[in-house]
Design a protein around this ligand. Structure first.
Ligand SMILES: Cc1cc2nc3c(=O)[nH]c(=O)nc-3n(C[C@H](O)[C@H](O)[C@H](O)COP(=O)(O)OP(=O)(O)OC[C@H]3O[C@@H](n4cnc5c(N)ncnc54)[C@H](O)[C@@H]3O)c2cc1C
Ligand code: SF4
Length: 474
Protein backbone atom coordinates (compact mmCIF):
# COMPACT_ATOMS: atom_id res chain seq x y z
CA UNK A 1 0.00 0.00 0.00
CA UNK A 2 1.54 3.32 -1.03
CA UNK A 3 0.09 5.27 1.87
CA UNK A 4 -0.72 3.84 5.28
CA UNK A 5 -1.70 7.14 6.87
CA UNK A 6 -5.12 8.61 6.09
CA UNK A 7 -7.12 11.57 7.32
CA UNK A 8 -10.14 9.31 7.66
CA UNK A 9 -10.54 5.53 7.92
CA UNK A 10 -14.04 4.16 7.33
CA UNK A 11 -15.09 0.61 8.21
CA UNK A 12 -17.81 -0.89 6.00
CA UNK A 13 -19.45 0.27 2.77
CA UNK A 14 -23.13 0.02 3.76
CA UNK A 15 -25.63 2.86 4.13
CA UNK A 16 -24.17 4.26 7.35
CA UNK A 17 -20.60 4.44 6.05
CA UNK A 18 -21.47 5.53 2.52
CA UNK A 19 -23.74 8.43 3.50
CA UNK A 20 -21.12 9.56 6.02
CA UNK A 21 -18.39 9.34 3.38
CA UNK A 22 -20.43 11.11 0.71
CA UNK A 23 -21.01 14.12 2.95
CA UNK A 24 -17.47 14.06 4.33
CA UNK A 25 -15.96 14.20 0.84
CA UNK A 26 -17.94 17.37 0.15
CA UNK A 27 -15.87 19.12 2.81
CA UNK A 28 -12.50 17.39 2.37
CA UNK A 29 -9.42 19.07 0.86
CA UNK A 30 -8.21 17.81 -2.49
CA UNK A 31 -4.96 16.46 -1.04
CA UNK A 32 -6.62 14.71 1.90
CA UNK A 33 -7.07 10.96 1.88
CA UNK A 34 -9.57 8.35 3.02
CA UNK A 35 -9.23 4.59 3.34
CA UNK A 36 -12.31 2.37 3.38
CA UNK A 37 -11.97 -1.14 4.78
CA UNK A 38 -14.67 -3.54 3.64
CA UNK A 39 -14.83 -7.12 4.82
CA UNK A 40 -16.80 -8.43 1.87
CA UNK A 41 -15.97 -8.82 -1.78
CA UNK A 42 -16.38 -6.18 -4.47
CA UNK A 43 -19.03 -6.79 -7.13
CA UNK A 44 -19.30 -5.85 -10.74
CA UNK A 45 -22.59 -4.05 -10.33
CA UNK A 46 -24.67 -6.31 -12.58
CA UNK A 47 -28.37 -5.94 -11.70
CA UNK A 48 -29.99 -9.08 -10.40
CA UNK A 49 -26.84 -10.72 -9.16
CA UNK A 50 -27.98 -10.56 -5.53
CA UNK A 51 -30.80 -13.01 -5.95
CA UNK A 52 -31.08 -15.34 -3.00
CA UNK A 53 -27.88 -14.09 -1.44
CA UNK A 54 -29.46 -13.22 1.88
CA UNK A 55 -31.79 -16.21 1.80
CA UNK A 56 -30.06 -19.18 3.31
CA UNK A 57 -26.98 -17.02 3.85
CA UNK A 58 -26.10 -17.67 7.42
CA UNK A 59 -24.67 -14.68 9.19
CA UNK A 60 -24.28 -17.19 12.05
CA UNK A 61 -20.94 -18.17 10.49
CA UNK A 62 -19.63 -14.77 11.49
CA UNK A 63 -20.96 -14.70 15.05
CA UNK A 64 -21.37 -16.88 18.13
CA UNK A 65 -25.14 -16.98 18.60
CA UNK A 66 -25.99 -18.20 22.10
CA UNK A 67 -29.72 -18.43 21.32
CA UNK A 68 -30.44 -20.08 17.95
CA UNK A 69 -34.19 -19.38 18.30
CA UNK A 70 -33.29 -15.81 17.39
CA UNK A 71 -31.75 -15.46 13.94
CA UNK A 72 -29.60 -12.53 12.80
CA UNK A 73 -29.33 -11.37 9.22
CA UNK A 74 -26.68 -9.16 7.74
CA UNK A 75 -25.16 -9.10 4.29
CA UNK A 76 -21.38 -8.92 4.19
CA UNK A 77 -20.22 -7.37 0.92
CA UNK A 78 -19.52 -4.14 -0.94
CA UNK A 79 -22.54 -1.89 -0.48
CA UNK A 80 -23.72 -3.57 2.74
CA UNK A 81 -27.44 -4.35 2.83
CA UNK A 82 -28.05 -4.22 -0.91
CA UNK A 83 -30.69 -6.93 -0.47
CA UNK A 84 -32.88 -4.46 1.43
CA UNK A 85 -36.45 -4.00 0.22
CA UNK A 86 -36.26 -0.23 0.04
CA UNK A 87 -39.03 0.93 2.42
CA UNK A 88 -38.11 4.35 3.79
CA UNK A 89 -40.63 5.64 6.34
CA UNK A 90 -39.45 8.45 8.59
CA UNK A 91 -39.76 7.99 12.32
CA UNK A 92 -42.72 9.64 14.00
CA UNK A 93 -41.75 12.90 15.80
CA UNK A 94 -42.80 11.31 19.10
CA UNK A 95 -40.48 8.33 18.51
CA UNK A 96 -37.65 10.64 19.59
CA UNK A 97 -39.30 11.24 23.00
CA UNK A 98 -40.74 7.92 24.19
CA UNK A 99 -39.32 8.25 27.70
CA UNK A 100 -40.83 11.70 28.25
CA UNK A 101 -44.15 10.81 26.64
CA UNK A 102 -44.64 7.11 27.32
CA UNK A 103 -42.18 6.31 30.14
CA UNK A 104 -40.13 3.73 28.27
CA UNK A 105 -36.81 3.40 26.40
CA UNK A 106 -34.70 6.59 26.22
CA UNK A 107 -35.28 9.95 24.59
CA UNK A 108 -32.97 10.69 21.68
CA UNK A 109 -30.52 13.54 22.21
CA UNK A 110 -31.93 15.10 19.03
CA UNK A 111 -35.46 15.89 17.90
CA UNK A 112 -37.32 15.10 14.70
CA UNK A 113 -36.80 18.74 13.66
CA UNK A 114 -33.04 18.44 14.17
CA UNK A 115 -32.97 15.48 11.78
CA UNK A 116 -35.53 16.76 9.26
CA UNK A 117 -33.13 18.52 6.82
CA UNK A 118 -30.97 15.41 6.75
CA UNK A 119 -34.00 13.21 6.05
CA UNK A 120 -34.63 15.42 3.01
CA UNK A 121 -31.00 15.14 1.91
CA UNK A 122 -31.01 11.31 2.04
CA UNK A 123 -34.47 11.05 0.47
CA UNK A 124 -33.26 13.08 -2.49
CA UNK A 125 -30.08 11.05 -2.88
CA UNK A 126 -32.08 7.83 -2.76
CA UNK A 127 -34.77 9.22 -5.07
CA UNK A 128 -37.67 8.38 -2.79
CA UNK A 129 -41.25 8.12 -4.06
CA UNK A 130 -43.82 9.24 -1.52
CA UNK A 131 -46.57 11.65 -0.50
CA UNK A 132 -46.59 14.50 2.01
CA UNK A 133 -49.43 12.86 3.97
CA UNK A 134 -49.13 11.61 7.52
CA UNK A 135 -47.72 13.02 10.77
CA UNK A 136 -44.22 13.54 9.35
CA UNK A 137 -43.68 17.31 8.84
CA UNK A 138 -41.43 17.93 5.86
CA UNK A 139 -39.61 20.99 4.57
CA UNK A 140 -39.39 19.76 0.96
CA UNK A 141 -41.45 17.35 -1.12
CA UNK A 142 -40.20 13.93 -2.10
CA UNK A 143 -38.35 13.77 -5.41
CA UNK A 144 -40.94 11.45 -6.97
CA UNK A 145 -44.72 11.12 -6.64
CA UNK A 146 -46.21 8.33 -4.51
CA UNK A 147 -46.87 4.85 -5.85
CA UNK A 148 -50.39 3.65 -6.59
CA UNK A 149 -52.20 1.93 -3.70
CA UNK A 150 -53.84 -1.46 -4.07
CA UNK A 151 -57.46 -2.45 -3.43
CA UNK A 152 -56.87 -3.62 0.14
CA UNK A 153 -55.20 -0.27 0.92
CA UNK A 154 -58.32 1.48 -0.31
CA UNK A 155 -60.48 -0.69 1.96
CA UNK A 156 -58.32 0.25 4.95
CA UNK A 157 -58.64 3.91 3.97
CA UNK A 158 -62.42 3.65 3.94
CA UNK A 159 -62.30 2.55 7.57
CA UNK A 160 -59.35 4.69 8.63
CA UNK A 161 -59.47 7.93 6.55
CA UNK A 162 -56.05 9.57 6.40
CA UNK A 163 -54.46 6.78 8.40
CA UNK A 164 -52.86 4.86 5.58
CA UNK A 165 -50.38 6.53 3.24
CA UNK A 166 -48.50 5.27 0.18
CA UNK A 167 -45.36 3.48 1.36
CA UNK A 168 -42.42 5.88 0.91
CA UNK A 169 -39.78 3.86 -0.91
CA UNK A 170 -36.50 3.82 -2.79
CA UNK A 171 -38.38 2.20 -5.69
CA UNK A 172 -39.02 4.89 -8.32
CA UNK A 173 -42.67 5.52 -9.23
CA UNK A 174 -41.69 7.69 -12.21
CA UNK A 175 -38.72 8.92 -14.22
CA UNK A 176 -36.56 11.47 -12.43
CA UNK A 177 -34.28 9.47 -10.14
CA UNK A 178 -31.90 8.57 -12.95
CA UNK A 179 -32.80 4.90 -12.89
CA UNK A 180 -35.51 2.48 -14.00
CA UNK A 181 -39.10 2.80 -12.81
CA UNK A 182 -40.22 0.06 -10.41
CA UNK A 183 -42.24 -2.55 -12.29
CA UNK A 184 -43.75 -4.18 -9.19
CA UNK A 185 -42.49 -7.68 -9.81
CA UNK A 186 -41.84 -7.97 -6.09
CA UNK A 187 -38.41 -9.59 -5.87
CA UNK A 188 -36.67 -6.54 -4.51
CA UNK A 189 -33.76 -8.34 -2.88
CA UNK A 190 -32.66 -8.85 -6.49
CA UNK A 191 -34.26 -5.95 -8.33
CA UNK A 192 -33.37 -7.25 -11.78
CA UNK A 193 -33.90 -3.82 -13.36
CA UNK A 194 -31.79 -1.91 -10.78
CA UNK A 195 -34.73 0.33 -9.93
CA UNK A 196 -34.35 0.06 -6.16
CA UNK A 197 -31.67 2.34 -4.68
CA UNK A 198 -28.55 0.42 -3.72
CA UNK A 199 -25.20 1.73 -2.52
CA UNK A 200 -23.25 -0.55 -4.86
CA UNK A 201 -25.05 0.72 -7.97
CA UNK A 202 -26.06 4.25 -7.18
CA UNK A 203 -23.34 5.56 -4.84
CA UNK A 204 -20.45 3.76 -6.48
CA UNK A 205 -18.94 7.10 -7.57
CA UNK A 206 -17.80 8.02 -4.06
CA UNK A 207 -15.56 4.95 -4.06
CA UNK A 208 -14.02 6.09 -7.35
CA UNK A 209 -13.07 9.49 -5.90
CA UNK A 210 -9.27 9.86 -6.28
CA UNK A 211 -8.97 10.72 -2.56
CA UNK A 212 -10.53 7.37 -1.57
CA UNK A 213 -8.73 4.02 -1.34
CA UNK A 214 -11.15 1.11 -1.07
CA UNK A 215 -9.72 -2.13 0.29
CA UNK A 216 -12.12 -5.08 0.06
CA UNK A 217 -11.83 -8.44 1.82
CA UNK A 218 -10.35 -6.47 4.71
CA UNK A 219 -11.75 -7.82 7.97
CA UNK A 220 -11.38 -5.16 10.65
CA UNK A 221 -10.66 -6.71 14.03
CA UNK A 222 -9.87 -3.78 16.32
CA UNK A 223 -8.84 -0.16 16.64
CA UNK A 224 -5.59 1.02 18.15
CA UNK A 225 -6.65 3.40 20.94
CA UNK A 226 -3.99 5.24 22.93
CA UNK A 227 -4.72 7.93 25.51
CA UNK A 228 -8.32 7.96 24.33
CA UNK A 229 -7.35 8.65 20.71
CA UNK A 230 -7.69 6.22 17.79
CA UNK A 231 -4.33 6.06 16.05
CA UNK A 232 -5.02 3.26 13.60
CA UNK A 233 -7.02 0.20 12.57
CA UNK A 234 -6.04 -3.48 12.53
CA UNK A 235 -7.46 -5.73 9.85
CA UNK A 236 -6.75 -9.07 8.23
CA UNK A 237 -6.60 -9.71 4.49
CA UNK A 238 -5.43 -12.76 2.58
CA UNK A 239 -4.54 -14.48 5.84
CA UNK A 240 -2.15 -11.71 6.95
CA UNK A 241 -2.50 -8.92 9.52
CA UNK A 242 -2.44 -5.31 8.33
CA UNK A 243 -2.61 -1.85 9.89
CA UNK A 244 -3.48 1.65 8.72
CA UNK A 245 -2.91 4.93 10.58
CA UNK A 246 -5.69 7.49 10.66
CA UNK A 247 -6.64 10.82 12.22
CA UNK A 248 -10.34 9.98 12.38
CA UNK A 249 -12.13 6.59 12.41
CA UNK A 250 -15.77 5.98 11.45
CA UNK A 251 -17.01 2.45 12.09
CA UNK A 252 -20.16 1.45 10.18
CA UNK A 253 -20.09 -2.35 10.38
CA UNK A 254 -23.72 -2.61 11.58
CA UNK A 255 -25.27 -3.31 14.99
CA UNK A 256 -23.40 -6.51 15.82
CA UNK A 257 -19.97 -6.00 14.24
CA UNK A 258 -19.52 -2.36 15.26
CA UNK A 259 -19.82 -2.95 19.03
CA UNK A 260 -17.65 -6.07 18.64
CA UNK A 261 -14.86 -4.04 17.02
CA UNK A 262 -15.11 -1.40 19.77
CA UNK A 263 -15.14 -3.99 22.56
CA UNK A 264 -12.22 -5.81 20.95
CA UNK A 265 -10.34 -2.51 21.05
CA UNK A 266 -10.57 -2.38 24.83
CA UNK A 267 -13.48 0.05 25.22
CA UNK A 268 -15.55 -0.73 28.30
CA UNK A 269 -18.52 1.68 28.29
CA UNK A 270 -21.45 0.37 30.36
CA UNK A 271 -23.83 0.53 27.43
CA UNK A 272 -21.46 -0.74 24.71
CA UNK A 273 -22.93 -3.86 23.08
CA UNK A 274 -26.04 -3.72 25.30
CA UNK A 275 -29.69 -3.00 24.42
CA UNK A 276 -29.51 -5.15 21.29
CA UNK A 277 -32.98 -4.97 19.75
CA UNK A 278 -35.18 -4.99 16.70
CA UNK A 279 -38.91 -4.78 16.07
CA UNK A 280 -41.20 -7.84 16.24
CA UNK A 281 -43.80 -8.59 13.60
CA UNK A 282 -46.62 -10.83 12.42
CA UNK A 283 -47.87 -11.57 8.92
CA UNK A 284 -51.58 -11.65 8.10
CA UNK A 285 -53.04 -13.54 5.15
CA UNK A 286 -56.60 -12.42 4.29
CA UNK A 287 -59.24 -13.86 1.98
CA UNK A 288 -61.23 -10.96 0.58
CA UNK A 289 -64.91 -10.90 -0.23
CA UNK A 290 -65.52 -9.46 -3.71
CA UNK A 291 -62.40 -7.24 -3.71
CA UNK A 292 -59.86 -7.76 -6.50
CA UNK A 293 -56.47 -6.91 -5.10
CA UNK A 294 -52.87 -6.48 -6.31
CA UNK A 295 -53.42 -3.42 -8.49
CA UNK A 296 -50.72 -1.37 -6.75
CA UNK A 297 -47.47 -0.28 -8.36
CA UNK A 298 -44.78 -1.57 -5.97
CA UNK A 299 -44.05 -4.56 -3.73
CA UNK A 300 -45.52 -2.92 -0.61
CA UNK A 301 -48.05 -0.25 -1.35
CA UNK A 302 -49.63 0.95 1.88
CA UNK A 303 -48.18 2.15 5.18
CA UNK A 304 -50.89 1.96 7.84
CA UNK A 305 -50.33 4.47 10.64
CA UNK A 306 -53.64 3.94 12.45
CA UNK A 307 -51.90 2.57 15.56
CA UNK A 308 -48.49 4.16 15.21
CA UNK A 309 -48.69 6.70 18.00
CA UNK A 310 -50.83 7.56 20.98
CA UNK A 311 -51.00 7.40 24.75
CA UNK A 312 -51.63 3.65 24.47
CA UNK A 313 -47.88 3.26 23.84
CA UNK A 314 -47.34 3.47 27.59
CA UNK A 315 -48.68 -0.10 27.81
CA UNK A 316 -48.98 -1.44 24.26
CA UNK A 317 -46.56 -1.14 21.34
CA UNK A 318 -47.39 1.13 18.45
CA UNK A 319 -47.22 -0.57 15.08
CA UNK A 320 -46.93 0.09 11.38
CA UNK A 321 -49.00 -1.85 8.87
CA UNK A 322 -47.06 -2.81 5.72
CA UNK A 323 -49.52 -3.81 3.03
CA UNK A 324 -47.94 -6.12 0.44
CA UNK A 325 -48.76 -6.22 -3.23
CA UNK A 326 -47.01 -9.45 -4.23
CA UNK A 327 -49.63 -11.43 -6.18
CA UNK A 328 -50.06 -14.46 -3.94
CA UNK A 329 -53.24 -15.71 -5.56
CA UNK A 330 -56.28 -17.52 -4.21
CA UNK A 331 -56.89 -21.06 -5.51
CA UNK A 332 -60.52 -20.58 -6.59
CA UNK A 333 -61.57 -20.02 -10.20
CA UNK A 334 -62.74 -16.45 -10.78
CA UNK A 335 -61.52 -15.30 -7.38
CA UNK A 336 -57.75 -15.46 -7.85
CA UNK A 337 -57.14 -11.87 -6.79
CA UNK A 338 -59.51 -11.85 -3.79
CA UNK A 339 -56.63 -12.19 -1.39
CA UNK A 340 -54.20 -9.94 0.45
CA UNK A 341 -51.24 -10.01 2.79
CA UNK A 342 -49.94 -7.45 5.25
CA UNK A 343 -47.52 -7.28 8.12
CA UNK A 344 -47.82 -5.54 11.47
CA UNK A 345 -44.45 -4.35 12.72
CA UNK A 346 -44.46 -3.51 16.45
CA UNK A 347 -42.14 -1.23 18.33
CA UNK A 348 -39.98 -2.79 21.05
CA UNK A 349 -38.39 -1.65 24.33
CA UNK A 350 -34.62 -2.30 24.22
CA UNK A 351 -33.49 -4.60 27.04
CA UNK A 352 -30.10 -4.07 28.68
CA UNK A 353 -29.81 -7.85 29.18
CA UNK A 354 -29.71 -8.51 25.41
CA UNK A 355 -26.19 -7.83 24.30
CA UNK A 356 -23.21 -8.31 22.00
CA UNK A 357 -20.07 -9.33 23.85
CA UNK A 358 -16.69 -10.95 23.31
CA UNK A 359 -16.45 -14.72 23.06
CA UNK A 360 -13.83 -16.50 25.15
CA UNK A 361 -13.95 -19.55 22.88
CA UNK A 362 -13.94 -17.60 19.57
CA UNK A 363 -12.21 -14.26 20.10
CA UNK A 364 -12.45 -13.54 16.37
CA UNK A 365 -16.26 -13.40 16.50
CA UNK A 366 -18.85 -11.37 18.41
CA UNK A 367 -20.95 -13.32 20.88
CA UNK A 368 -24.62 -12.45 20.52
CA UNK A 369 -26.70 -12.96 23.66
CA UNK A 370 -30.41 -12.46 23.16
CA UNK A 371 -32.56 -14.03 25.88
CA UNK A 372 -36.01 -12.76 24.90
CA UNK A 373 -38.06 -9.87 23.57
CA UNK A 374 -39.54 -7.51 26.16
CA UNK A 375 -42.82 -8.44 27.85
CA UNK A 376 -44.21 -5.31 26.15
CA UNK A 377 -43.57 -6.76 22.67
CA UNK A 378 -44.39 -10.35 23.60
CA UNK A 379 -47.80 -9.27 24.94
CA UNK A 380 -48.58 -7.74 21.56
CA UNK A 381 -47.65 -11.01 19.84
CA UNK A 382 -49.82 -12.93 22.31
CA UNK A 383 -52.77 -10.61 21.57
CA UNK A 384 -52.26 -10.70 17.81
CA UNK A 385 -55.57 -12.43 17.09
CA UNK A 386 -57.59 -9.72 18.85
CA UNK A 387 -55.50 -6.88 17.35
CA UNK A 388 -56.02 -8.16 13.80
CA UNK A 389 -59.74 -8.92 14.34
CA UNK A 390 -60.24 -5.34 15.53
CA UNK A 391 -58.27 -3.94 12.58
CA UNK A 392 -60.27 -5.91 10.01
CA UNK A 393 -63.68 -5.53 11.64
CA UNK A 394 -66.11 -4.08 9.08
CA UNK A 395 -63.84 -4.71 6.07
CA UNK A 396 -64.81 -7.09 3.24
CA UNK A 397 -62.76 -9.97 4.61
CA UNK A 398 -63.99 -13.59 4.68
CA UNK A 399 -61.26 -14.88 6.97
CA UNK A 400 -57.71 -14.25 8.06
CA UNK A 401 -54.82 -16.31 9.33
CA UNK A 402 -51.82 -15.03 11.24
CA UNK A 403 -48.25 -16.05 10.52
CA UNK A 404 -46.31 -15.84 13.76
CA UNK A 405 -42.53 -15.40 13.68
CA UNK A 406 -40.36 -18.48 13.87
CA UNK A 407 -38.64 -18.55 17.25
CA UNK A 408 -38.08 -15.01 18.45
CA UNK A 409 -38.48 -13.62 14.93
CA UNK A 410 -36.53 -10.70 13.53
CA UNK A 411 -36.77 -7.85 11.07
CA UNK A 412 -33.08 -7.65 10.03
CA UNK A 413 -33.01 -4.25 11.76
CA UNK A 414 -30.20 -4.64 14.30
CA UNK A 415 -30.24 -1.68 16.69
CA UNK A 416 -29.21 -0.23 20.04
CA UNK A 417 -25.70 -1.54 20.72
CA UNK A 418 -23.84 1.79 20.48
CA UNK A 419 -26.71 3.95 21.68
CA UNK A 420 -26.59 7.71 21.51
CA UNK A 421 -27.29 9.95 24.50
CA UNK A 422 -25.99 12.72 26.71
CA UNK A 423 -24.86 10.56 29.65
CA UNK A 424 -21.66 8.51 29.12
CA UNK A 425 -22.84 6.11 31.84
CA UNK A 426 -25.90 5.07 29.87
CA UNK A 427 -24.87 5.69 26.27
CA UNK A 428 -21.86 5.19 24.01
CA UNK A 429 -21.92 8.08 21.52
CA UNK A 430 -23.20 11.65 21.57
CA UNK A 431 -25.73 13.23 19.22
CA UNK A 432 -23.02 13.54 16.57
CA UNK A 433 -22.26 9.78 16.79
CA UNK A 434 -18.88 10.58 18.37
CA UNK A 435 -17.73 8.31 21.18
CA UNK A 436 -18.08 10.09 24.51
CA UNK A 437 -14.42 9.64 25.48
CA UNK A 438 -12.56 8.78 22.27
CA UNK A 439 -13.33 11.95 20.37
CA UNK A 440 -11.88 10.93 17.01
CA UNK A 441 -14.06 7.81 16.82
CA UNK A 442 -17.57 7.64 15.37
CA UNK A 443 -19.89 4.63 15.65
CA UNK A 444 -22.30 4.92 12.72
CA UNK A 445 -25.57 3.10 12.07
CA UNK A 446 -28.72 1.97 13.87
CA UNK A 447 -26.64 0.83 16.84
CA UNK A 448 -27.06 4.48 17.86
CA UNK A 449 -30.85 4.23 18.27
CA UNK A 450 -31.80 4.60 21.97
CA UNK A 451 -35.37 3.43 21.32
CA UNK A 452 -36.90 0.95 18.88
CA UNK A 453 -39.76 2.60 16.97
CA UNK A 454 -41.76 0.58 14.45
CA UNK A 455 -40.24 2.32 11.40
CA UNK A 456 -37.62 0.63 9.21
CA UNK A 457 -34.27 2.12 10.24
CA UNK A 458 -32.20 2.71 7.12
CA UNK A 459 -33.45 6.18 6.17
CA UNK A 460 -32.94 7.40 9.73
CA UNK A 461 -29.49 5.86 10.18
CA UNK A 462 -28.39 7.35 6.86
CA UNK A 463 -29.68 10.79 7.88
CA UNK A 464 -27.76 10.49 11.17
CA UNK A 465 -24.59 9.77 9.17
CA UNK A 466 -25.00 12.85 6.97
CA UNK A 467 -25.64 14.98 10.05
CA UNK A 468 -22.58 13.53 11.82
CA UNK A 469 -20.30 14.20 8.83
CA UNK A 470 -21.54 17.76 8.43
CA UNK A 471 -21.09 18.47 12.13
CA UNK A 472 -17.59 17.08 12.34
CA UNK A 473 -16.48 19.06 9.29
CA UNK A 474 -18.08 22.35 10.37
C1 LIG B 1 -33.84 -8.76 3.35
C2 LIG B 1 -33.69 -7.42 4.01
C3 LIG B 1 -34.61 -6.42 3.72
C4 LIG B 1 -34.48 -5.16 4.32
N1 LIG B 1 -35.36 -4.18 3.98
C5 LIG B 1 -35.28 -2.97 4.56
C6 LIG B 1 -36.20 -1.93 4.21
O1 LIG B 1 -37.09 -2.09 3.38
N2 LIG B 1 -36.06 -0.72 4.84
C7 LIG B 1 -35.09 -0.49 5.77
O2 LIG B 1 -35.05 0.62 6.32
N3 LIG B 1 -34.20 -1.46 6.10
C8 LIG B 1 -34.27 -2.69 5.52
N4 LIG B 1 -33.36 -3.66 5.85
C9 LIG B 1 -32.32 -3.35 6.83
C10 LIG B 1 -31.12 -2.66 6.15
O3 LIG B 1 -30.49 -3.58 5.27
C11 LIG B 1 -30.14 -2.20 7.22
O4 LIG B 1 -30.80 -1.28 8.09
C12 LIG B 1 -28.93 -1.49 6.60
O5 LIG B 1 -28.26 -2.31 5.67
C13 LIG B 1 -27.97 -1.06 7.71
O6 LIG B 1 -26.99 -0.24 7.14
P1 LIG B 1 -25.52 -0.22 7.76
O7 LIG B 1 -24.68 0.58 6.86
O8 LIG B 1 -25.57 0.15 9.20
O9 LIG B 1 -25.07 -1.75 7.74
P2 LIG B 1 -24.81 -2.69 6.44
O10 LIG B 1 -25.60 -2.21 5.30
O11 LIG B 1 -25.00 -4.06 6.94
O12 LIG B 1 -23.28 -2.41 6.15
C14 LIG B 1 -22.26 -2.83 7.02
C15 LIG B 1 -21.00 -2.99 6.22
O13 LIG B 1 -19.91 -3.34 7.10
C16 LIG B 1 -19.17 -4.42 6.52
N5 LIG B 1 -18.50 -5.10 7.63
C17 LIG B 1 -19.06 -5.84 8.61
N6 LIG B 1 -18.12 -6.27 9.47
C18 LIG B 1 -16.93 -5.77 9.02
C19 LIG B 1 -15.59 -5.87 9.49
N7 LIG B 1 -15.29 -6.55 10.59
N8 LIG B 1 -14.61 -5.27 8.76
C20 LIG B 1 -14.91 -4.56 7.64
N9 LIG B 1 -16.17 -4.43 7.17
C21 LIG B 1 -17.16 -5.02 7.86
C22 LIG B 1 -20.23 -5.22 5.78
O14 LIG B 1 -19.68 -6.07 4.81
C23 LIG B 1 -21.08 -4.10 5.19
O15 LIG B 1 -20.53 -3.60 3.99
C24 LIG B 1 -33.44 -4.92 5.26
C25 LIG B 1 -32.53 -5.94 5.56
C26 LIG B 1 -32.65 -7.18 4.94
C27 LIG B 1 -31.66 -8.25 5.27
S1 SF4 C 1 -40.80 -4.35 -7.28
FE1 SF4 C 1 -39.45 -4.98 -8.91
S2 SF4 C 1 -38.65 -3.16 -9.94
FE2 SF4 C 1 -39.56 -2.59 -7.95
S3 SF4 C 1 -37.82 -2.61 -6.58
FE3 SF4 C 1 -38.78 -4.58 -6.40
S4 SF4 C 1 -37.71 -5.87 -7.87
FE4 SF4 C 1 -37.18 -3.75 -8.36
Amino acid sequence: MKNSHYNLAVVGTGFASSFFLKEYLNHLGENDTVVVLERGTFNNGAPGREYGEHKGFSFDQSIVNTNPSKGWVQRIGFGGGTCWTGNTPRMHPNDFRTKSLYSHSEDWPITYQDLEPFYVDVEHTMGISGSADGPFPRSKPYLLPPHRLNALDREFLRKYPGELIPMPSARPSAAGAGRAICCANGICDTCPVAAKFQIDFHMRAIYQDPRVTLITEANVTSLDIRNQIVTGIHYTKDGAEHYVNCDLAAVGAHGIMTPYILLNSGLTDNALGRYLNEQVSIGVDVLLDGVRNYDGSQIMTGLGIMKLDGDFRKDTPGFLLENWNVPWLRAEAGRFRERGYFKLVFEEIPQESNFVGLSAAHPDKPEVNYADNSAYANNALANAEAIVADLLDGLPVESFSIKHPEGLGGEAHVQGTTRMGVDPNTSVVDAGLIHHKVRNLLALGSGAFPSCPAANPTLTLSALSVRAARQIMS
